[in-house]
Design a binder for this molecule. Structure first.
Ligand SMILES: O=P(O)(O)OC[C@@]1(O)O[C@H](CO)[C@@H](O)[C@@H]1O
Length: 383
């Protein structure tokens, strides 16, 4: 039985603390530049920024959607600085408070408006996505195995396109190495059970989702999967996290392109029509808990898949637990509570890491690189 490491509380992690004191206020500035907010919305956003920097955490107002639930979940945290709550919990609550500040659930013109849409749209229209789609043509002629691996790595490195990270860190340097690579295990298990259901728990919209869609198409056209469920967030979250609208925007971008990009889009549209590709969502994806708290229904749905592929850093933190693990802790042990086979494709963007070789940890620690948090390193881990 694995001994659980301590949960990360932001005040104990310079990286996590900066998310509240720097990243969140910068994000709020970007939002107020992007939208014609009302005086009340400006005030709510300014208060939220100030609370994050040097104030204390306030609960949702009475009567807000989910207020009772959040009051219960946050007992002991309200009235104290944000950085004194668990990092994972407080970040999720920040995004819920952000929706409240911009009237996401309030009847009126702002209801249901994706506050992050301007940033997501700019990314989708940018040159990274254009180059990504153009690269699909070159891959089309390659052998199946080589194409699959390139699409898998494309989906992994697509995870660097995280708009939350870019708000304070810029686009980041070159992608460097993988700190763990179980991709052969992943392909072997797909080849051992072809035609089954695969679940892909998505992360960011835009270029990451375009890469994910290309991978989904590959799994379906090769018959390695008979069905692929793409799980997305039910509401705007962590700036660039994909919702159904974002998936549809990516699909339209593919369909509006030429050659192989368009062909991928057309095959996916057909797969959606026949039920072989489906988009799913669940409120749990925006909850402040790790996956040990996953509701039974969702857990059973995922357990029926040949493999569940979790994309990105936040899903990784929730999968292994947002804890101060020794990096050499076994990935299999940390995820043993979840039934079925699981995989993670992630660019490293937070303190949490497990499943590494001791020598590799020593080598990376000897550099002065922020290898755990900069997004320059990646991993493919499978259990
Ligand atoms: O899940 P993603 O998009 O890969 O990353 C989310 C992220 O940017 O948000 C957190 C900090 O705000 C970090 O865990 C991580 O860097």
């Amino acid at each position: 039985m694995l001994q659980q490491a301590p949960v990360i509380v932001s005040s104990q992690s310079p990286f996590a603390a900066a998310v509240f004191t720097t990243r969140h206020p910068a994000l709020i500035d970007r939002l107020t530049d992007a939208w014609p907010y009302t005086p009340q919305q400006h005030q709510a956003l300014a208060e939220l920024a100030q609370e994050n920097v040097d104030g204390v955490m306030q609960p949702l107002p009475e009567g807000a959607v989910g207020a009772d639930r959040w009051k219960r979940w946050g007992e002991g945290y309200y009235g104290r600085p944000w950085v004194e709550a668990p990092f994972l919990w407080a970040e999720a609550f920040f995004y819920r408070r952000l929706l409240e500040a911009v009237d996401y659930y309030t009847p009126g013109p702002w209801r249901g408006v994706d506050l992050f849409a301007p940033f997501k749209q700019a990314e989708l229209a940018g040159e990274v996505v254009g180059a990504e789609i153009a690269a699909l043509a070159a891959l089309a002629g390659r052998a199946e195995q080589e194409r699959g691996q390139a699409l898998l790595l494309g989906s992994l490195w697509g995870n660097r396109a995280d708009l939350a990270l870019q708000i304070t860190a810029g686009r980041g340097g070159q992608a460097s190495g993988l700190v763990a690579d179980d991709s052969t295990v992943l392909w072997d298990l797909l080849h051992a059970r072809p035609g089954g259901a695969v679940a892909l728990v998505a992360d960011n919209a835009g270029s990451e989702t375009v890469a994910d869609l290309a991978l989904v198409d590959h799994l379906l056209t090769t018959g390695l999967a008979g069905e692929v469920a793409l799980h997305v967030k039910p509401t705007p979250y962590y700036v660039s996290d994909a919702t159904l609208t974002d998936v549809a925007d990516c699909l339209r971008t593919l369909l509006a392109s030429k050659g192989e990009g368009r062909a991928v889009g057309e095959r996916l549209r057909t797969a959606a029509k026949s039920g072989r590709w489906l988009v799913r969502t669940d409120d749990f994806w925006c909850s402040p808990f790790d996956f040990t708290a996953m509701p039974a229904e969702l857990r059973n749905e995922l357990a029926a898949a040949t493999v569940v592929v979790f994309k990105g850093d936040l899903n990784y933190r929730r999968l292994v637990g947002d804890r101060r693990w020794e990096p050499t802790t076994s990935f299999a042990a940390a995820t043993a509570y979840l039934p079925g086979r699981v995989a993670s494709l992630r660019a490293l963007k937070s303190d949490v890491i497990v499943g590494m070789e001791p020598g590799e940890v020593r080598a990376l620690e000897a550099t002065d690189e922020a290898w755990r948090t900069s997004g320059s390193h990646g991993l493919v881990q499978v259990r």
